[in-house]
Ligand binder design. Structure first.
Ligand SMILES: O=P(O)(O)OC[C@H]1O[C@H](OP(=O)(O)OP(=O)(O)O)[C@H](O)[C@@H]1O
Ligand SMILES: Nc1ncnc2[nH]cnc12
Length: 183
């Protein structure tokens, strides 16, 4: 029998069931939300991508920016689906040519992100994506970095938001999250 449900639309599917919680990784005291178990399930990944696409499309982005490395897994399939270009925000020493960088703190450390200086045409509408928002250090730095090279950052989106860490308050762009945990 024909179903009226389109591929990737399974309203009843609970994505939390596909995320593994790993205590004390990568450091004691951190509860790590592991998306590997979601990505290895074709249905769950398809549903997550479809739901993200529906949330992001109204922002009418020209480009999606993905944050290395798990942010690439979120952003690249979405860019294909929405017909957008894709820009990489990368850790040091990975991008050729002129880059602009910014350092930041995250839930379990310190890091730096780079973008190619010519990655964005002035005023292009950009949505920045990551797998997870914890303290918000990574996403807030990414928004600043994108603006440094001329982006009009119209929104940010993550698969997972750890609401108790208040990362959302560090952002001055609209934020969409697919799944929330109040640790
Ligand atoms: O909100 P925050 O406290 O900044 O933390 C969130 C960031 O931490 C993780 O990245 P990680 O640096 O571990 O890199 P990875 O994606 O390469 O695993 C995650 O993918 C986010 O980018
Ligand atoms: N608790 C957490 N789980 C997975 N990724 C993270 N990045 C920062 N904090 C994290």
């Amino acid at each position: 029998m024909l179903s009226s449900t389109k591929p990737g639309e399974q309203p009843e599917l609970d994505l939390k069931k596909y995320i593994r919680e790993v205590p004390d990784f990568p450091k004691p005291g951190i509860l790590f939300y592991d998306i590997s178990t979601l990505l290895r399930n074709a249905d769950a990944w398809q549903v997550a991508t479809a739901r993200l696409a529906r949330a992001i499309a109204p922002w009418q982005p020209d480009l999606l920016a993905g944050i290395e490395s798990r942010g690439f897994l979120t952003a690249a399939p979405l860019a294909q689906r929405l017909g957008c270009g894709f820009v990489m925000l990368r850790k040091p020493g990975k991008l050729p040519g002129d880059t602009v960088s910014l350092s930041y703190g995250l839930e379990y450390g310190q890091d730096t992100l780079h973008i190619q200086s010519d990655a964005i045409k002035p005023g292009q509408r950009v949505v920045v994506l990551d797998d997870l928002l914890a303290t918000g250090g990574t996403l807030a730095a990414s928004v600043q970095l994108l603006r440094k090279v001329g982006a009009n950052v119209v929104g940010a989106s993550v698969m997972i938001e750890l609401t108790a860490l208040g990362g959302r308050d560090k952002l001055d762009t609209p934020l969409h999250s697919l799944i929330q945990y109040a640790e």
